[in-house]
Design a protein around this ligand. Structure first.
Ligand code: MSK
Length: 674
């Protein structure tokens, strides 16, 4: 980051940064600057610190480390260790959800119930679990035990790829050995392969990275989403608010931060407890506000409509408002610096996971068997801390948003007039109204202006008729700017996208949930293929993904499983591989011949969006779809599919179909002459 670079695109963050930076610890941006120029070997991925003879730095002058490993070996080994760490994080989260479901089924948890009974039946069917005449608890117990097995299975393959993905994609995966045996199996093998003196062949190493990553999107994260929906209920579209302005000057503010929904769901429930509300009143507060930061925010937003306080770089800023009575954290994305900020105000930071202690924080060990009691205890502490507040300074910025989209409800519940299917989406793409779909996901990073790349990229997609799906802190970034409201279509969307949004009644940017809910996007892609007209493999689809402000190893893992699944993915700032031409070429070119997907590492969000749209246009041409109705093509090759005039008969058939309440048949053009 240069001195001239703006730190944030968010006015609320801008208002709080100076105040948050007043203390010795400063903000993440201050600490980024004090770190100075980074070691070029570390940046390029050519510093090897795997064995105790090193560290070794690979350069033109010294092209091999002590053991003889070259730049490609070093960069690929370190990269897939990062993939494994990312997979572990999402999967361990998934494991906790599986455990909570199992305990709930057995009556061993407190405060939880199986809220998503219909989803339980649907998923049990996919797992060949008998449902007839059985209680929901019996079904859930069998499902949870089967799901547990995904983590440490030692033979065969994980369940979801063959159960959910298109046959042609599964065939490719099997031919290339990309379906994991088990989640942990591949993580363990990653650590072994990359140990000193084992795998030295960069392609072999990277292929294992792709295999390992599949255990995230198609197992650990997918289980977290599915079993979370069973336990807490499947999200439905919900309106809420976002940004620091959701904090209340006259209420107790509890900010839940991290990733897992297990405790935060209970805290939301406890905040509605009449006794605790009375207690709040007796301490001078009008109520109790529970809002979130990072993906815990997305979990309680999607299912409870709880407001979102902010994304990753908001954690210090929220405390600097002086209005946070308790910041409750579980796992992932919690920076230790929050403690120093909390020390300047009255905020109590409470850690709750045995896996994540922070020096200086209070620790209350979360246990599923006493979840509601623990949640009530934490809410009580927040209420009792309310009178200790000093002056508060809440920036007056907040925006409305709609969240809670899932594979099931996106094109069914909202478009009630139409039959339940992905037909409207497929038809929109086939007819050329929509160019394709972009999934924009991931974090914020101090290497970029907070939110800026998300906003620029997403606006570029909208104006070029690309429907955008978002998760994680990326979704929060766009929500803060008002892009997650149906009204945003009128302001930002191109003609084609606007027509679809108005017809179906959705915002042009769909909030699909937390980081583990990227698995919902994978399932949506499978549904698009199933619906017909867009090819046979996931890699045939005119779709692309991006993490424009990527920050952590989980983002790398997500990028890897998306590429393994056949997607074009722009990842920025670049992964640490630039020191090896071989590794860079494999990930940006060669891998396409294997999975149909590949990476690009374009830093500029607009340029990156153009690369992604070129990719969509290439796929449209390969599918021989109609030319785009309104948007301009990004690739001359789309002309190859031009000139397919729609006959009057076809137009009439489409009009008749729409009159019957259908959005249109397989190749409808929606009544517009193209
Ligand atoms: S929380 S992983 S900063 S998206 Fe999922 Fe945000 Fe990235 Fe954490």
């Amino acid at each position: 980051m240069t001195d001239k670079m703006k730190r944030t695109a968010d006015p609320a963050a801008e208002a709080m940064m100076a105040k948050a930076g007043e203390c010795e610890v400063g903000t993440a941006y201050d600490r980024h600057e004090s770190q100075g120029k980074r070691c070029p070997f570390g940046e390029a991925g050519t510093c090897c610190r795997i064995c105790e003879m090193g560290p070794c730095r690979i350069s033109k002058k010294n092209p091999r480390g002590i053991c003889g490993a070259n730049a490609a070996t070093v960069a690929s080994r370190h990269l897939i260790r990062q993939v494994a760490a990312g997979v572990a994080a999402h999967s361990d989260h998934g494991h906790d959800i599986v455990k909570t479901l199992l305990m709930t089924a057995r009556g061993e948890s407190q405060g939880y119930e199986i809220k998503g009974e219909q989803r339980l039946h649907e998923i049990a069917k996919e797992w060949d679990i008998e449902t007839a005449g059985r209680t929901k608890e019996a079904i859930a117990e069998e499902l949870a035990l089967a799901a547990m097995n995904e983590f440490n299975q030692q033979e065969g393959e994980i369940h979801y790829p063959a159960a959910r993905a298109p046959e042609a994609t599964v065939k490719d995966w099997r031919r290339n050995g990309l379906i994991p045996v088990g989640i942990e199996h591949e993580i363990v093998e990653t650590l072994h392969r990359t140990h000193e003196g084992v795998d030295a062949e960069y392609k072999n190493i990277l292929m294992h990275g792709l295999r390992t990553s599949m255990g995230d999107g198609w197992a650990g994260a997918m289980l977290a989403t599915d079993l979370g929906d069973i336990l807490f209920g499947t999200p439905e579209p919900v309106r809420s608010e976002v940004n620091l302005g959701v904090l209340k000057a006259d209420e107790v503010n509890i900010v839940v931060h991290g990733h897992e929904p297990t405790l935060s769901e209970m805290v939301v429930a406890a905040s509605r407890d009449p006794e605790l509300l009375e207690l709040a009143k007796s301490h001078g507060a009008k109520g109790i506000m529970v809002g979130g930061i990072c993906c815990t925010a997305n979990e309680i937003l999607m299912r409870q409509g709880a407001p979102v306080v902010g994304n990753f770089l908001h954690q210090e800023l929220a405390i600097a408002t002086g209005a946070v009575d308790v910041m409750l954290v579980d796992v992932q994305c919690i920076i230790p610096a929050v403690i120093e900020h909390a020390g300047r105000f009255h905020t109590k930071v409470i850690t709750t996971s045995k896996k994540a202690h922070i020096p200086g924080a209070e620790h209350i060990q979360f246990e599923e068997s006493k979840a509601l009691d623990i949640a009530k205890d934490i809410v009580r502490r927040a209420v009792e801390n309310f009178p200790n507040r000093g002056p508060v300074d809440i920036p007056p910025y907040r925006n409305d948003l709609v969240a809670g989209f899932t594979v099931a409800n996106t094109f069914t519940h909202l478009g009630g007039r139409y039959r339940s299917s992905f037909r409207p989406l497929n038809d929109g793409i086939i007819s050329g109204r929509l160019r394709g779909v972009a999934a924009v996901i991931g974090c914020n990073t101090v290497k970029k202006t907070q939110d800026d790349s998300h906003l620029k990229m997403v606006k570029e997609f909208l104006k070029n008729d690309v429907l955008v799906i978002m998760t994680g802190c990326a979704a929060t970034a766009c929500a803060k700017a008002g892009l997650l409201q149906p009204e945003a279509a009128a302001e930002y969307a191109g003609e084609g996208l606007k027509e679809i949004c108005e017809a179906v009644g959705i915002p042009p940017v769909l909030h699909f949930g937390s980081c583990v809910d990227n698995s919902r996007i994978l399932v949506a892609l499978c549904e698009m293929i199933k619906e017909g007209g867009l090819g046979e493999k996931l890699s045939d689809l005119p779709i692309a993904g991006a993490a424009p402000e990527a920050m952590c190893e989980k983002a790398i893992a997500i990028g890897f499983y998306c590429v393994a699944s056949g997607a074009f993915v722009n990842y920025a700032p670049s992964m640490r591989i630039q020191g090896s031409e071989d590794v860079t070429r494999f990930l940006t070119e060669d891998v396409e011949a294997i999975t149909g997907g590949k990476f690009s590492f374009e830093e500029d969000p607009i340029e990156a969006a153009h690369l992604m749209m070129e990719h969509m246009d290439k796929k449209r041409a390969a599918l021989k779809l109609r030319p785009l109705m309104y948007a301009k093509p990004f690739l001359a090759v789309t002309e190859a599919s031009a000139g397919r005039e729609v006959s009057e008969e076809e137009l009439e058939a489409v009009a008749a179909s729409q009159a019957e309440g259908h959005y249109g048949g397989g190749h409808s053009c929606g009544g517009k002459k193209v």
